[in-house]
Design a protein around this ligand. Sequence first.
Ligand code: GAP
Length: 508
Amino acid sequence: MANNEDKFKKIIAHAKEYGFVFQSSEIYDGLAATYDYGQYGVELKNNIKDYWWRSMVQRHENIVGLDAAIFMHPTTWKASGHVDAFNDPMIDNKDSKKRYRADVLVEDYIVKIEAKIQKEVTKAAKRFGETFDEKQFLTTNPRVLENQKKIEDIKKRLYSAMDEERLDDIKTLIEDLGIVCPMSGSRNWTDVRQFNLMFSTEMGSLSEGANKIYLRPETAQGIFVNYLNIQKTGRMRIPFGIAQIGKAFRNEIVARQFIFRMREFEQMEMQFFVRPGEELKWFEYWKEQRMQWHLNMGIPETEYRFHEHDKLAHYANAAFDIEFNFPIGFKELEGIHSRTDFDLKSHQEYSGKKIQYFDAELNDSYVPFVVETSLGLDRTFLAVLSYAYNEEKLDDGSERVVMKIPPFLAPIKAAILPLVKKDGLPEKAIEIFNSLKNDYMCFYEEKDSIGKRYRRQDAIGTPYCITVDHQTTEDNTVTIRERDTMKQDRIGIDKIGSVISQRLKSNI
Ligand code: GAP
């Protein structure tokens, strides 16, 4: 397989060629950092949503769903802290005219030092062979220690400057580290400025008095402002959760990583309301549960890792990310945050409505604490696509690209293919298609050689190809070809449904 950058480019090209993801408004040369999901992309996306919804809502008697509006009362974002604090520090390079997130420039510099440490480890492991003790090496090797100290000092300077909004100090740090613009190679930087990530628009016509409103930057606030509605009408008892899938919008400064970082994206979030003091217990519970959800897709454990936040958001007292090994490196896929009672308390204050829960067991009222699980739908899609993309050399010397999408998520479950376009085979194949289509997303195709049709199904990840040939008309059997092994079996038409359903169950 090609190197990671090449692999990423190939995945993007494949996603376009096979109808998974297109650049938005492509005929007008596209719109930066916005993408459309094509005919197979929308199926995969819906299947991921369905998997999440079933595991979070359907399988938990104490979690219910919600579909809140994207537009919300503007005070929501004052209360949540987004108007004042949802900023990224940005810096422009005067030569390339490119804009960067100042903190990301520094973090990328840290990644380079970490890579140096890793290089030392690899070298030493080779030198010492089986006797190598990595832990001891990391705590005693002078070069490693020096680099670790460098990282600590940089982080301390960066995070304290960010916390206290000392933007000049962030610029000084970039200058002190000698960070250059990746495009122009120059150190000709502007000052660092804060940039609020929320998109705003106006509701109502000007004559009625325009009102500035925001496109929600997270779905979570729709859950918080509906806490009382759902708790009361659903007679929910703590601990309980509210789950939601929906669009979120952020005017990202750096957005050039395909669907990894977009300006319009989808989140799958769940807010779990708990007793004050019990939040860290539930935080641990949801951390493990969420990791298991990813692993249950059948993608190996080595592709995931936890990452503890160095810098906590204004609302959190604990936060971990689940990171995935994307072709662009290990990056955040999902956040698990202990958000304390920050949001509900703040909405209580700004709205003047009492948001309290009477806990009959404790005979006490309180503002519940919240543990949040926040997953990016598009990033999950990209994770599945990245894992699934495989280039294979076959025994006969030919090559194929096969998308090994977990079968239960595959856009098409079975392709029904008459071997030739005559002798009653298409009619028989359509009969089979009609008998399966109520239960499974199927595909019918009669054009091109059977080999070409198999390759096209491999390329979109279809687990089964069912071929109708002349024998079918004699004994009601078909060949069923499995995507990953390419093994073909002959089975009765009446067995097709159960073979497919068996395979789809295997991962969940
Ligand atoms: N309610 C908490 C929250 O929004 P976040 O870490 O900012 O937390 C949660 O976002 C998840 O949303 C991320 O882990 C990521 O998967 C996804 N996400 C965030 N920004 C994104 C973007 N610009 N494009 C695509 N996905 C994004």
